[in-house]
Design a protein around this ligand. Structure first.
Ligand code: 5AD
Ligand code: SF4
Length: 452
């Protein structure tokens, strides 16, 4: 019944329209795309794998750094000629929200511009563009609603993402997110738990809780703290692993570590972006914590019963960053002993307070600093990863490298552990296996399957 109704609502009596969607940026965007796909399919569209086969081409964009933003304009320029064939173009996500209707000027073949806070209006917006009009969804950043849809097209049958909090109220001086994703709004813990139970029933064994600042979560009904929600999701029958990302140091409380101690399904990994090791730079970035406070959080995490892996994000070349400040970031890497970092060159972003700061660091100097940081981190990772040799770790099987005849696994610590196993072991993607680590690289481990 619903099937025929949904077809006629968008395309009267016509063949199914095809869409192509490409996603840029973070995990939040990837998961938003799963919901956008679900919504489009529910509206009678069919997903295709190439631009050529599509009637509607959508880009879910990222504007965190300039390079990410430029990607969508390159794509739009590349495919502009396809407009003649009647294809329509849509720009979603952070670039859409940031640039708004200016996108129509830069790329006149675009007919839909929609920020993430307006995705729940997509069905109506699609009707407008199908009628040959231009449509925008840009005005909802002050909304209290999250984009919850029962039509999520999950791409991985074993690991599911749940956005528990959207937006950001922190306003770090360099960051566009508060402007592109709007104010912080959390889902009720009851609805998160209901979704977790439903996912477990569908056979998912791993859940990742998502939020720009996931640990700033505040239950609108006041029933559970973030740590309590984490523990409750970890106790849902059938759920074997729970991850959460990204945490903000300011809101990282000790009870999160207590929850990790109490609930073994919570993974042995915390991603805690520090951004800089220098108090002067942290203050200029408006990060709301000092190096010492950050290190205090690290000491809590290190005092957990299980050995936790800690990863981070670091920015080099923030305006005014001196050689001494960089030295502080380098020494912080040693002091914490991170298992991985994402290091970025500072990229000035529109609307952010830092854009008007003087004392820009020249690009070649940013490149040099980035290399120094990555080099130091690589040395740390060589040592960090060696400590796993001889230990047995459980992995979730993610795939197979046929050329090497190795299975690809992911440990609770979020490390890639590639391993060999006899045919008789019956290794299956999505299953779990125990693997003894035999050697290590800076970015991965190698091992052999062991009988449980
Ligand atoms: N320039 C460089 N890196 C940035 N990030 C956020 N904004 C910028 C920017 N303007 C980085 C931060 C953040 C990660 C997702 O991206 O390190 O944690
Ligand atoms: Fe990019 Fe941040 Fe937007 Fe994610 S939220 S798409 S990282 S700008």
């Amino acid at each position: 019944m619903r099937r025929s109704a949904r077809y006629t609502s968008v395309m009267p009596g016509d063949a199914q329209k095809a869409f192509y969607l490409e996603t840029f940026g973070c995990q939040m965007n990837a998961h938003d795309s799963e919901k956008v796909v679900g919504t489009l399919v529910q509206q009678g569209y069919r997903r295709v794998e190439t631009v050529e086969q599509a009637d509607l081409i959508l880009y879910n964009t990222c504007s965190i750094r300039d390079k990410a933003e430029q990607k969508v304009f390159h794509r739009l320029a590349d495919y502009k000629k396809l407009q003649k064939q009647g294809k329509k173009f849509a720009v979603l996500g952070c670039v859409a929200q940031q640039e708004g209707e200016k996108i129509f000027e830069k790329a006149p073949h675009v007919s839909l511009v929609c920020g993430s806070a307006s995705y729940r209006n997509l069905p109506q917006l699609l009707v407008q563009i199908e009628a040959g009009k231009r449509a925008t969804g840009l005005d909802d950043r002050q909304t209290d609603e999250c984009f919850e849809t029962e039509f999520t097209a999950r791409t991985n049958p074993h690991r599911a993402y749940i956005t528990i909090i959207e937006g950001c109220d922190k306003f770090c001086a360099y960051c566009v997110v508060p402007y592109t994703r709007g104010k912080e709004r959390s889902r009720t813990s009851e609805s998160v738990l209901a979704e977790a139970r439903q996912l477990a029933d569908l056979g998912y064994t791993e859940i990742q809780l998502l939020g720009q600042n996931v640990n700033s979560y505040r239950d609108p009904e006041g029933k559970r703290s973030f740590a309590e929600l984490l523990a409750a999701v970890g106790q849902v029958p059938g759920i074997h692993r729970v991850r959460f990302t990204t945490s903000h140091p300011r809101d990282f409380t000790r009870d999160i570590v207590d929850a990790m101690d109490a609930v073994p399904t919570l993974c042995d990994h915390v991603h805690l972006p520090v951004q800089s090791g220098s108090n002067r730079v942290l203050q200029a970035m408006q990060r709301l914590y000092t190096r010492e406070q950050y290190l205090e959080r690290i000491s809590w995490i290190k005092s957990a019963r299980r050995q936790m892996v800690i990863t981070s994000d670091v920015i080099v070349g923030f305006p005014g960053e001196t050689e001494g400040d960089l030295e502080q970031s380098l020494s912080l890497l040693d002091e914490v002993g991170f298992d991985g970092i994402f290091a970025f060159k500072y990229s000035p972003r529109p609307n952010t307070p830092a854009i008007s700061l003087e004392d820009a660091v020249p690009d070649e100097e940013k490149v040099r600093r980035l290399e120094l940081l990555n080099q130091r981190q690589r040395e740390i990772q060589i040592v960090q990863n060696k400590r796993y040799i001889g230990t047995t770790l459980e992995v979730m099987v993610e795939g197979k490298n046929e050329a090497r005849n190795q299975h690809i696994g992911r440990t609770s610590q979020n490390k890639t552990l590639n391993f060999s196993a006899p045919e008789s072991a019956g290794i299956k993607v999505g299953g779990y296996a125990n693997v003894r680590v035999t050697s290590s690289f800076p970015n991965s481990l190698i091992g052999e399957w062991v009988v449980e």
